[in-house]
Ligand binder design. Structure first.
Ligand code: 13P
Length: 253
């Protein structure tokens, strides 16, 4: 197996006014700098669109990258309220999250829409984090692996590589609930995702990062990231506190 460099990614969701966002980003940047050049992980924060520019400024030179939380499929045009991938890139983003379960639920995004967004993002030179994950109902019905495989097949962009694409497994029942998947539950799904990826992209699957997301905290992160196929975290609530987010990064080392 090739060594995959962990990615510690914060998804701030719809949180933060300018002063909070600046302070949080500056706090994360300062702590990230203290790890120096040899930090054993990559670090990313994904603020709401309104804070992207301020956060890009606040983390400049620290090694922390910035991402958007969603993008449109079109390059530009008459799409009131939406943001195109080239706009994110222009604002200083390196990544964009697509297909988060909150987008799938709140905005009815299908796998086909997620795939189109991911392909538009890659075309604009962004890297993508493609989110998949089962609901509690699906897990209880024994459909976990099928659902994740189906979402992966439907959402993975053409041209995905280990450099430009990250998968995030986020069981919906673990998001914001404090109910974290056990390391064994998460590993089982991560291994199935990697096996499915092998069929889709061949040997690249060994190098592609698969993040876990869902109530990840400093106290459970080490055990989760110690699993063979868990290559970092997509962190919601705990990414809003500098010490918690950095505590998770420390667990990756
Ligand atoms: P929480 O860490 O708040 O459970 O959120 C996870 C998530 O949805 C990250 O995208």
């Amino acid at each position: 197996m090739t060594a995959r460099r962990p990615l510690i990614a914060g998804n701030w969701k719809m949180n933060g006014l300018l002063a909070d966002g600046r302070a949080l980003a500056a706090g994360v940047a300062e702590k990230r700098k203290a790890f120096g050049e040899s930090a054993p992980f990559d670090m990313l924060v994904c603020p709401p669109f309104t804070l992207v520019t301020a956060v890009v400024d606040a983390v400049a030179g620290s090694g922390v990258e910035v991402g958007g939380q969603d993008c449109h499929t079109a390059e530009k045009g008459a799409h009131t309220g939406d943001v195109g991938p080239a706009m994110l890139k222009d604002a200083g983003c390196a990544y964009v999250i697509v297909g988060h379960s909150e987008r799938r639920t709140d905005h009815g995004e299908t796998d086909a829409v997620v795939k189109a967004k991911a392909e538009a993002a890659l075309a604009a030179g962004l890297k993508v984090i493609v989110c998949i994950g089962e609901t509690l109902e699906e897990r209880e019905a024994g459909q976990t692996l099928d659902v994740n495989k189906r979402q992966l097949n439907g959402s993975l962009p053409a041209g995905a590589s280990a450099e430009n694409c990250v998968i995030a497994y986020e069981p919906v029942w673990a998001i914001g609930t404090g109910k974290v998947a056990t390391p064994e539950q998460a590993q089982e799904v991560h291994a199935a995702i990697r096996a499915e990826l092998k069929g889709l992209v061949g040997g690249i699957a060994e190098d592609m990062r698969i993040l876990y997301g869902g109530s990840m905290k400093p106290g459970n992160a080490a055990e989760l990231m110690a699993q063979t196929d868990i290559d970092g975290g997509l962190i919601g609530g705990a990414s809003l506190k500098v010490d918690d987010f950095i505590g998770i990064a420390e667990a990756a080392g």
